[in-house]
Design a protein around this ligand. Structure first.
Ligand SMILES: C[S@@+](CC[C@H](N)C(=O)[O-])C[C@H]1O[C@@H](n2cnc3c(N)ncnc32)[C@H](O)[C@@H]1O
Length: 330
């Protein structure tokens, strides 16, 4: 299990080169290779190193991991549920200094590439025990006696009924089959089903002081994100709170507007200038502590997804908040 591994065959997929320091926004790279050679499997969610601020991992996850380093110096073990290309694991190794990592994703072609990417881009001086498996949520890591200090999940929350937008999306991040597990009604109503099931499962994989970080494109009031953790038996707090411009609105906004017509939501959008003002000068640390207050400040500017879709079609810029929820073992 320790790295580096005897050469595994190169998996199928598109090659991608990532300058680790630029991608992670750090000066020195210590634990992984400085230039990552990545294979992106055809169905995998692809990284976007050419524009790190548009890529969820450097833009949203890296600031949260840096806060974890400030708070506790790092983490010995790190897992990702739904790893995609595996670059989140390399990020956890570099920033947190993880020595044991676990990664899952739905299809074996994705995890084969992710495992290759992880093993081939670890630094020689920082041995890491690597566990990767294909399957549902944390199931592939069960039965190996593993526990993790930090579990990261950035699972999709697109409902299956939203077939129109699913057809357009090519990669596995839109693969969300219907679930049979018991999930509280509020979690179903707010499209948080998969996150809830992941948090419940994660409870069994967390080390004593462990926690899960969930990244949630907050079109959903923060109150429900707190309830998400609590109903899974974990203690919520917000690590960071930030925002994003809604790009490719024609793919996303009609789906949320259609859900509003069915009686769900209303989902929260804001004009970009209101978001800029609310978050101006707020550090990542402060954003998490003040998340509820910032949400309150934004309230007078809030529009529904239906209104946001109208505004978007008229050429006005809209955005939504993004929360990094920390769900700790109690
Ligand atoms: C938005 S991508 C995130 C990729 C990567 N973790 C990141 O943050 O850049 C979501 C990932 O979750 C995976 N996924 C979806 N449903 C899953 C499930 N039930 N179990 C495991 N992984 C799942 C998708 O295949 C996809 O790779």
């Amino acid at each position: 299990m320790a790295s580096p591994q005897a050469a595994a065959p190169r998996p199928a997929g598109a090659p991608l080169s990532i300058d680790a320091a630029r991608y992670l926004g750090t000066d020195g790279i210590r634990r992984v290779k400085p230039e990552w050679e990545i294979i992106v499997a055809e169905r995998a969610f692809p990284p976007h190193p050419e524009n790190p601020q548009a890529d969820w991992l450097p833009a949203v996850v890296v600031p949260a991991l840096k806060l974890i380093v400030e708070d506790q110096g790092g983490a010995r073990s790190f897992a990702s549920i739904g790893t995609g290309a595996g670059v989140d694991i390399l990020t956890g190794v570099e920033l947190l200094g993880a020595r044991v990592v676990g990664a899952t994703d739905v299809f074996a072609d994705i995890t084969d590439a992710a495992e290759w990417n992880i093993r081939n881009n670890l630094g020689a001086g920082h041995p890491v025990e690597v566990h990767v498996g294909a399957g549902d949520l944390l199931a592939p890591l069960a039965g190996r006696g593993l526990s993790f200090d930090v579990i990261y999940e950035n699972l999709p929350n697109i409902p299956l009924s939203d077939a129109a937008s699913l057809e357009k999306r090519r990669n596995s991040s839109s693969f969300v089959p219907r679930r049979t597990e018991e999930v509280p009604q509020f979690a179903r109503d707010w499209l948080l089903e998969l996150h809830h099931i992941a948090l419940v499962q994660a409870g069994d994989f967390l080390s004593r002081d462990g926690f899960v970080i969930s990244t949630l494109g907050g079109r959903i009031p923060l109150e429900y994100l707190r309830r998400l953790a609590e109903s899974a038996g974990l203690a919520p707090s917000f690590l960071t709170y930030s925002w994003k411009v809604q790009v490719e609105g024609e793919d996303v906004l009609p789906s949320y507007a259609a859900l509003e017509r069915k009686g769900l939501g209303p989902f929260s959008y804001y004009p970009v200038d209101a978001l800029e003002k609310a978050f101006e000068g707020v550090s990542p640390r402060e954003s998490g502590v003040r998340a509820l207050e910032i949400e309150g400040d934004l309230l007078p500017h809030r529009v529904t997804a239906t209104q946001a879709w109208e505004a978007y079609r008229e050429g006005r810029r809209v955005g939504h908040t993004v929360a990094v929820l920390k769900s700790a073992k109690v």
